[in-house]
Design a protein. Sequence first.
Length: 306
Amino acid sequence: MAPKIPIRIGTRGSPLALRQTEQVAAELGSLYPDWNISVVRVRTKGDLFLEASFSQIGGKGVFVKEIEEALLAKEIDLAVHSMKDLPTDLPPGLLLAAITRREDSRDCLIAREGRSLEELPHRASIGTSSVRRQAQIRSFRPDLQVRPLRGNVSTRIRKLTSEGLDGIILASAGLHRLGMQELITQYLPLEICLPAAGQGSLGIEMREGDEELKEAVSVLCDEGSACSVRAERALLRRLGGGCQIPIGAFGQVEVDDLHLFGVICDPEGKKVIRGDLAGTLREAERLGEELGERLWPQAREILEGN
């Protein structure tokens, strides 16, 4: 039986993080109308330094560390994260109670003049916050001028004009959740740009030991999405990749089957290593680990160089 106690859900304070968390809170509220649910904003290091690069402020985990600390301190009961922001290893005492149904996981282009990535003029300027996107875009169009771009979704969209960029690359899931999908010029094909591991899915994190709350929250878990994300994260874990190494991963689900794709690039996109592996949903983590084993020898120089 679901607990009838106040449930405090922690999240970052960005408009997208709040929208995602409010959607989760609404789903839980409809399932458990007796719950007293509140949303608690937790300011993370990544939110404090929105103009700095990830390498300058600590890399992977900069958007979750303070939220996890609040969980462990019992200041909140649940936390909602974008799975792509969550490190592959959780702190002792915490667990993932659910991985929600995935939104569109692809990256997308917003172009000032409505041109596709293929149609952009020679040496056009593209803004993106991700070394993974930067490397794959450079591999596809070496002539493009790829510039670092940070800030929340609305800030990045404003910079498209204020910084004179020809286009920006964002995760389409965030634009969908914010109701801004009409701005999308092009969904980037997976052959051009594989997403980050977990992109498009939300994870609900909690403390270990509360089996009643875990069981209640687990109803929000989507099996197909969870399996694809677990495979992607297993690949990332095996390769030891953080946000400073250009690694993309995507698990494509078809009924009970899972096809996992992975890519590793050097930061300039000059060396690109791709691989894929297929199996069943039950083999999700094994597929990620095995694909990582296969890619490691070819990618070792890139991975150890970072």
